[in-house]
Design a protein around this ligand. Structure first.
Ligand code: ADP
Ligand code: MG
Length: 461
């Protein structure tokens, strides 16, 4: 089946009003509205939920209603599958799982036809090794679509976002994918500095007519041109001019163009407006900083790839401490592994992380059980010792249950540890409190808002 992401979104958009008639307003606002369709896999519409309790609540009560609604708009859809960012890892590993467009069957050639056009791509920067979360999902899906059918949709694809968030990885993933699925296609990946240098060299070495011809001939026969960190073209009018003409030529020939930048095209200074508008004429998507769940999933994957056993507690802790970017996250993991190898110890307790990272990483201010407890205590004006104590007064008991819910929702700690922390309660009490709040936020606006406010407050700390 050929279904692209726009069609998938269209189906979802049409289904939403129908779903809204069959569920409570609260449930719709809190849960349904937060779902995002990403693909169709095994005839199921795959929807990403922002967190586990959202997925559970929908699966528990409303799956058939959603299925009935989406099936009306696409005859191929036979059901839905709700996943969260932590499922995405295994989901992506399954070969058929993410589809945006099915790739055409391409006859494999033993040798690439024109070696010159290939840039060697970093093998580990593949789609399979890219962990998806809310912060990068749109860029991932768009890049996969482009890799599967270059030049058909999203042209140009413009990905922007801060440093160390995966832009270069995604470009290499596109390159790796096309290289292995369509080896005849001619691809160039380059940084915008390489592009500028190439252009300047062509001016230096040739008279102007020759220069134009040679430079253009090199690029105009491409199937895919990817330029990384295009913001560096700022303030270079002649390179911009060359890019402008090349862009038009490739675009008209329906050849795929991909750019990345550290900011939105509109924010690039000193650039010809004609180029800014070309940059935005296809699909512009951003990558932002990953949330905690995604950071944990990334660390888990990296540790697995490095074949080094790191306990979940340690992975969670590193992910809590490092919330800047993924490059730093990876660096921190490497340091911990190096420290463990050097000292011949296992990566299984937090003191090791503190020692390994103490010199150069700011490990203050992660979300911890204590920081959550403090926020809840401040928010409800209830003393911390009462929250973890035995009092059963309504406001104290509510604050207690909310703290338990937030701890289990925001950080990955075993239920037993939550029980210990919350004044030595057993794990069935913890499950009861967690599930009770999880139900209440689907039926009671007051609780839905408490959780929303507190989650924001805790993450800001
Ligand atoms: P950028 O180009 O945005 O500065 P990179 O693509 O160089 O960032 O990414 C920095 C590092 O983080 C790379 O090693 C990359 O593999 C890793 N990385 C980024 N995003 C992800 C992700 N979603 N999953 C796994 N690794 C990632
Ligand atoms: Mg980069």
């Amino acid at each position: 089946m050929n279904t692209n992401i726009t069609e998938i979104q269209e189906v979802w958009k049409k289904a939403l009003p129908i779903i809204s008639k069959s569920v409570s307003q609260i449930f719709y606002d809190v849960f349904i509205a937060s779902l995002e369709p990403i693909s169709i896999s095994d005839n199921k519409l795959v929807l990403i939920a922002p967190y586990e309790s959202c997925k559970k609540s929908i699966n528990k009560s409303y799956k058939p209603i959603i299925e009935k609604a989406v099936m009306q708009f696409n005859p191929y859809i036979e059901g839905i599958q709700i996943i969260t960012t932590s499922d995405v890892d295994s989901f992506v590993d399954a070969p058929k799982s993410i589809i945006a467009e099915e790739s055409p069957v391409v006859e494999e050639e033993k040798k690439p036809s024109s070696k010159d056009y290939y840039t060697s791509f970093e093998e580990s920067y593949s789609f399979d090794n890219f962990v998806i979360g809310g912060s990068n999902k749109a860029a991932f899906v768009a890049a996969k679509t482009v890799a599967e059918n270059p030049g058909i949709q999203h042209n140009p694809l413009f990905i922007y976002g801060g440093v160390g968030l995966g832009k270069t990885h995604i470009m290499h993933a596109i390159g790796n994918y096309i290289k292995s699925h369509s080896p005849k296609k001619k691809i160039i990946y380059m940084t915008s500095e390489n592009f500028t240098n190439d252009y300047i060299d062509s001016i230096k070495n040739n008279n102007s007519n020759d220069m134009n011809r040679q430079f253009r001939n090199k690029y105009r026969n491409l199937d895919v041109l990817m330029i990384d960190d295009i913001q560096f073209i700022s303030g270079k009018p002649s390179t911009q001019e060359a890019l402008f003409h090349l862009f038009n030529e490739l675009y008209q020939a329906k050849k795929q163009i991909v750019f990345t930048s550290d900011c939105h095209p509109k924010k690039i200074d000193n650039i010809d407006e004609r180029l800014t508008s070309r940059f935005q004429s296809g699909l512009t998507v951003d990558i932002s900083s990953p949330d905690l769940e995604t950071r944990i999933a990334i660390l888990r994957k990296k540790a697995y790839n490095k074949k080094f056993e790191v306990s979940s507690e340690v992975l969670n802790y590193i992910a809590e401490c490092i919330n800047t970017n993924i490059r730093e996250l990876e660096g921190a993991l490497s340091k911990v592994i190096y420290y463990c190898t050097l000292n011949n110890v296992k990566a299984n307790n937090l003191d090791i992380v503190n020692n390994a990272l103490k010199d150069d990483i700011d490990i203050s201010g992660p979300i911890t059980m204590s920081s959550i407890l403090k926020c809840v205590s401040d928010y409800f004006n209830v003393e911390q010792k009462d929250i973890i104590g035995k009092k059963k007064t309504k406001n104290i008991a509510e604050a207690r249950q909310i703290a338990i819910y937030l701890i289990s929702d925001l950080i990955s700690v075993p239920l037993v540890s939550i029980g210990d922390f919350m004044g030595g309660r057993d794990h069935s009490t913890i499950i009861h409190a967690r599930d009770k709040i999880s139900d209440l936020i689907t039926t009671d606006y007051k609780f839905a808002n408490y959780i929303k406010d507190l989650t924001e407050l805790i993450k800001k700390k």
